[in-house]
Design a protein around this ligand. Sequence first.
Ligand SMILES: Nc1nc2c(c(=O)[nH]1)N=C([C@H](O)[C@@H](O)CO)CN2
Length: 118
Amino acid sequence: MDKIFLRGMKAKTLIGVYEWERQHPQTLVLDLEIGVNQFALASDNINETVHYGVVCEVVRAHLQTRSFMLLETLAQDIADLLFARFDGIVQLDIRVVKQGILPHVDEVGVAIQRFKTP
Ligand SMILES: Nc1nc2c(c(=O)[nH]1)N=C([C@H](O)[C@@H](O)CO)CN2
């Protein structure tokens, strides 16, 4: 399998279980690893791959319209979104991080791996 990745994507959304987190969007940091069947290298054509710029726009725009309690739910929602939107994606590794939310901890977060279902 070949991979396309985006690391350190910043995206705003309403996220969290506490009342104070429900008031304002927070900025999350996302890492996406996108598995595709072998790159169609001979064509050298952006239309025959997954455009990482479009992935970034789609995810950031989607999150701005959504609200979640848990990072786990958000990660699954992104997986569902990307499988539905991009035919070429066969595997996704998604990491979602909140920074500076816990005292004495730099980052907290979740990571999931999902495969396209036939
Ligand atoms: N496994 C999780 N634990 C916690 C989450 C979460 O999304 N997944 N969220 C919170 C709070 O929203 C936290 O970020 C604020 O302190 C706590 N634990």
